[in-house]
Design a protein around this ligand. Structure first.
Ligand code: NDP
Ligand code: HSE
Length: 434
């Protein structure tokens, strides 16, 4: 059988990794795929630089459309990023009946419904294992391995850059800026690193995980997003003292009245496996009603781990090329006419435990007033401690039991209006992952 001919859009961190994996493991990959997988054309901005890496046997151009429209190309691998040219080239590939493999979570989280619908119309695959948690085969695990389950929740460390930054800040006392600069040097960060530190990249991935887990349309605009850029060192230290670690978690949870979709810094008990995922590593916990909790761990970013997922998708394309399009694994795990339209819940309706920190005047009656407000809002205090600040102030830290976020918002407003309160209230959510 003739080889599968690949058009590669992008030869940066992941593109160069894909070239290397396909070159180094060519024989093993062909044994699995049943035929060779060959890069026939590449599009980049800097043609001379790409030529130095791949030599003379491959077409290298700065025009992505030339690659997409090239008659010899069977499958287009989009590793450019963003949702402008990448979107145009992916849509053109689909219209021309070419399969697409992409690592671009931003593109799919925003335009996924349109892209998958066009792909269905043109009977082509759009495979995206590399778009979520890099080298961890989490898409396949949820879409196929857990197909027997009613999935209850997914909670993941799905951004390597922020996990690296939080780990370095906690373990080595590095500043936020120094840790981020290292993550950028190591190739983990997005072209725009605010996507990493503000939680947007994790939200892109969570959007896709939620669709795979619950059979709902792609709904990036419904995800609540908070990043780590405003996280204070003192909260990392207080969390540790209370027996917790802070991680940027993406959480998708099924509730009777809707779905929770949220990304935010989260306190996790320090003895949980997820709390001990360090550096750029990613981990995703998925809980199904039949299987219980399952954990997937590995490198979520970087050239070769991400390329490992890209090439796994290419192997699927090579095998499925001749299969009946109506009987392929659905893009988002569920049959397109069986998607669930249950709403995503507003943030005020979510339920969580909370960590609250505030500075107050250290005088009689302060704790009583604070407790009264929390109690009136139906918020039960799990634990509390205070540390002195100067001669006349104190920092108070509360951990609550489960409460509705709307009730916590109201209590925070009332607390901040008290005359003895000298700071805003820092609020972090706590998850026990049970
Ligand atoms: P890079 O910035 O390293 O590479 C981007 C590549 O695209 C470069 O080769 C660049 O060309 C090329 N490119 C950009 N714009 C154009 C254009 N207009 N025309 C032609 N070529 C263009 O990105 P990454 O490899 O890091 O990321 C690629 C995708 O993979 C993104 O969607 C990212 O979110 C995703 N991803 C990245 C991971 C990582 O660890 N880095 C992990 C998982 C997913 P040139 O080289 O000439 O500049
Ligand atoms: N910037 C992303 C991260 C790359 O840090 O996880 C992998 O998607």
């Amino acid at each position: 059988m003739r080889g599968l001919r690949v058009g590669l859009l992008g030869l940066g961190v992941v593109g160069a990794g894909t070239w290397e994996v396909l070159t180094r493991n060519a024989e093993e990959i062909a044994r699995r795929a049943g035929r060779r997988i060959e890069v026939a054309a590449i599009a980049v901005r800097d043609v001379a630089k790409a030529r130095r890496l791949v030599g003379d046997g491959v077409l290298v151009t700065s025009d992505g459309m030339e690659v997409v429209r090239h008659p010899a190309i069977d499958v287009v691998v989009e590793l450019i990023g963003g949702d402008t040219v990448a979107r145009a080239w992916v849509m053109e590939a689909i219209r021309r009946g070419k399969h697409v493999v992409t690592a671009n979570k931003a593109l799919l989280a925003i335009h996924g419904n349109t892209i998958f619908s066009a792909a269905r119309e043109h009977a082509v695959m759009v495979a995206f294992e590399a778009a979520v948690a890099g080298g961890i085969p989490i898409v396949k695990a949820i879409r196929e391995g857990l197909a027997a389950n009613h999935i209850q929740w997914v909670a993941g460390i799905i951004n390597g850059t922020t996990n690296f930054v939080l780990s370095e800040m906690r373990a080595r006392g590095l500043s936020f800026d120094d840790a981020l600069a290292q993550a950028q040097q190591l190739g983990y960060a997005e072209a725009n690193p605010t996507f990493d530190v503000e939680g947007v990249d994790a939200a892109h991935k969570l959007t896709l995980l939620a669709s795979l887990a619950f059979g709902i349309p792609v709904q990036f605009d419904k995800v609540h997003i908070e990043g780590v850029s405003k996280l204070a060192q003192e909260d990392i230290a207080h969390a540790e003292r209370l027996g917790y670690r802070i991680k940027l978690l993406g959480i998708a949870r099924r509730r009777p009245d809707g779905f929770e979709l949220r990304v935010h810094p989260t306190l996790i008990p320090a003895d949980r496996l997820l709390a001990n995922v360090e550096g750029a590593m990613n981990a995703v916990l998925v809980s199904g009603d039949m299987v219980g909790p399952t954990l997937y761990y590995g490198q979520g970013a970087g050239a070769l781990p991400t390329a490992s997922a890209v090439v796994a998708d290419l192997v699927d394309v090579a095998r499925l090329d001749s299969a009946d399009p109506d009987h392929r694994v659905p893009y988002l795990a569920f049959q397109p006419d069986a998607l669930d339209d249950t709403p995503v819940l507003p943030m005020a309706e979510i339920v969580s435990s909370y960590y609250l920190r505030l500075r107050v005047e250290d005088r009689p009656g302060v704790l009583a007033d604070l407790s009264r407000i929390l109690s009136a809002a139906g918020i039960s205090i799990g634990s509390m401690f205070q540390t002195p600040h100067g001669d006349s102030d104190a920092d108070i830290i509360f951990l609550s039991h489960d409460a509705r976020e709307g009730a916590v918002d109201g209590a925070i407003d009332r607390i901040q209006a008290l005359p003895f309160v000298k700071s805003g209230v820092t609020r972090l959510r706590v998850e026990h992952l049970l």
